[in-house]
Write a protein that binds this ligand. Structure first.
Ligand code: KG4
Ligand code: ZN
Length: 372
């Protein structure tokens, strides 16, 4: 018997304000249930960590049970558990980690503590099949913006560029607030921008000037853009000119999208990598999705973007990465590996070993590995 090719994996995601529980069988998504505290958070205009942690505690058991029922399995059918161990809000992560550890021990199944950012990339395999490697990954979320070289999605993810200040999603959320759109801002800016003119205002494209081309070729910066929007709005107000929100949203969005697409495609060309996968909440953006496909085509770069519901935080991404780790025989974080029939010595992770949530888990750590 060789590797288990279609493991049933439970994925647990609680790094921010969505409680995401999903079950996969190999690359097949059996269920994907999300409970969000976003309505509660919207009252505060942002994510309040304590509110998020408590909401996870309240939502977890019901979300788990719904995921199991929708997947039409018994708890004992589960081969492995995967959980986001970081990066994210520590109090929120801890709730998911504790729950996942409990299930892993109760079922006597291995647990894989995985990286939220790699999981955003790994979710794509549920939709488009295994990712060709090497691949370039653009990771654009509320907290992170990076270009990653993926040589092996289970073990080798290397950042080649990242934002020096705000994340792309953070820029969307801040500008949405300036435009008095509800939190979280990204989807609202996306919506409003549909009626606006992208070329109505020439907002700056961060780190694209000649000097930045050398030192920060693959890096991003969005705080200057946000400041430019602030200034532009103040200027209009001073002159008593009424603001066309749709135009501002469209022009701002165009600046973000232009930089993301330009830099991603350039990274592909310069490395000779012809597959670009995009993950994270901002990958749900309609303009980004349309622009990147249009501009990649003539360059011969194949673009993979999961459907919007799998771009924003969810449990499927975690389960998907977990299943990949099982298939590639990466040692689990704790518990006995399910995937090999070798001798006992090669089957053990760190039996009974615990692990902690790591709010600043580096992107290079795809998963925490126990003792092989
Ligand atoms: O990946 P995600 O759900 O959570 C993090 O890991 O941060 O990303 C959330 C971010 C938020 O900033 C949200 O405004 C943004 O993704 N977002 C969007 C869209 N949908 C979500 N940004 C632009 N356009 C969208 N359609
Ligand atoms: Zn995320």
């Amino acid at each position: 018997m060789g590797a288990m090719t279609e493991p049933i994996v439970l994925g647990v995601e609680t790094s921010c304000d969505e409680t995401g529980i999903a079950i996969v069988r190999g690359r097949n998504l059996l269920s994907n249930v999300i409970a969000s505290s976003v309505d509660e958070q919207a009252r505060f205009g942002g994510v309040v960590p304590e509110v998020a942690s408590r909401a996870h505690v309240e939502a977890l058991s019901d979300t788990m049970e719904r995921a199991r029922i929708e997947a039409d399995i018994e708890w004992t059918d589960i081969d492995a558990v995967a959980v986001t161990a970081g990066p994210g809000l520590v109090g929120a992560l801890v709730v998911g980690v504790a729950a996942a550890q409990g299930i892993s021990v109760a079922l006597d199944k291995p647990i894989y503590a995985v990286n939220h950012l790699s999981a955003h990339v790994a979710v794509d395999r549920l939709v488009h099949g295994d990712l060709p490697e090497p691949a370039m990954a653009l990771l654009v979320s509320g907290g992170h913006t990076s270009l990653l070289r993926v040589d092996d999605l289970a073990t080798s993810v290397t950042p080649i560029g990242q934002t020096l200040d705000d994340a792309a999603g953070e820029a969307f959320d801040k500008v949405a607030r300036l435009l008095q759109l509800p939190f979280p801002g990204g989807p609202h800016v996306d919506q409003v921008a549909r009626d606006g003119r992208p070329d109505s205002i020439a907002f700056p494209r961060g780190l694209t000037d000649v000097a930045s081309q050398r030192e920060h070729r693959h890096d991003f910066s969005f705080s200057g853009l946000k400041t430019a929007v602030v200034r532009w709005l103040a200027d209009q107000e001073r002159r008593g000119v009424s603001i066309n929100v749709a135009d501002v949203a469209a022009a701002f969005q165009e600046a973000v999208v232009d930089v993301l697409v330009t830099k991603s495609l350039r990274a592909c060309q310069e490395t000779g990598i012809d597959v670009l996968v995009i993950g994270g909440g901002v990958a749900a953006n309609s303009r980004l999705r349309a622009q990147v496909v249009e501009r990649a085509e003539p360059l011969g770069v194949q673009v993979r973007i999961p459907p919007p519901v799998l771009c924003t935080d969810n449990g499927a991404m975690v389960a998907s990465l977990g299943a990949l780790l099982v298939e590639r025989m990466v040692p689990p974080t704790a518990g006995r590996a399910v995937n090999t029939a070798g001798n006992d010595a090669t089957r053990r992770g760190q039996v009974d070993g615990g692990f902690d949530a790591d709010s600043s888990m580096p992107v290079t750590t795809v998963s925490l590995r126990g003792l092989a």
